[in-house]
Ligand binder design. Sequence first.
Ligand SMILES: [Zn+2]
Length: 278
Amino acid sequence: MNFFSTEKIFLHATEDQLKRQQSAKSLQLDSIDRDARTGKIKTYDVSLDGCTCMDFTRRHKPCKHMYRLATELGVFPVDAPKKIQVPVPDYQSSSNAPVPKNFVVIDFETANDFFDSVCQMGIAVVENNSVTATESFLIRPPYEDFTNSAIHGITFADVKDAPTFAELWRRVKSFVDGRTIAAYNLFFDWTCLTATLDRCEIPRPKFEAFDVLANVRACRNRDGELSTLTNCKLITVAKKLGLAHDAHDAASDALVTAQIQIYMSETFPDEQTTVYVT
Ligand SMILES: [Zn+2]
């Protein structure tokens, strides 16, 4: 049993396990086999499934040696277990305002259920209601555990040589700085961004942001193409508007999100949205 798969996350949150995570930090890993995901610490043979030490033999729960190995392999963030959280809207204020004609769409794909496991980011810049730039980055997340590969097709092998978010931040910042952020289901992407910035120990910049999904839900009650939607999934809306879309490719998701918002802004010039200020 791999104790470090994402669904076992709560196993690590008990007092006893936290103690072992703390002890792991000062341990010396004598050797490691990254392909086999095993290692040697003193006389102990360590893997993600078990260890030959007395502690594991007795308890059958991860020992300090296993935490040391898991950290080295990037499958367990010993330093950041507090980042395990549900997306909570995190903003200072919100107000209703006309939908901006200038904004930047962000879209993240994640390796697993952790919000700081971003492995791809898509960006689409909109100026005066036209898409003027798109960008896409592959990102090496702090995990090797990819449980979302079936969704987006990205595996650890695809990103193991990619830059980390910390290394990409300067470029990302050049797109988002001074622009209103938009996303399809804002709180998901917003939480990915803030959790990742926190993990990289980069201060969160101040932003204004709005949710294109919320706007679709509002427009669905009005006339036009969107009034006959069967649901508000991005793939469904893109299809309804006849947009070319490679679902769950971050760049394509960002582009169609921008195009959907532009469609709504042009169809309903009086459209309002909730703008969140962080
Ligand atoms: Zn052990």
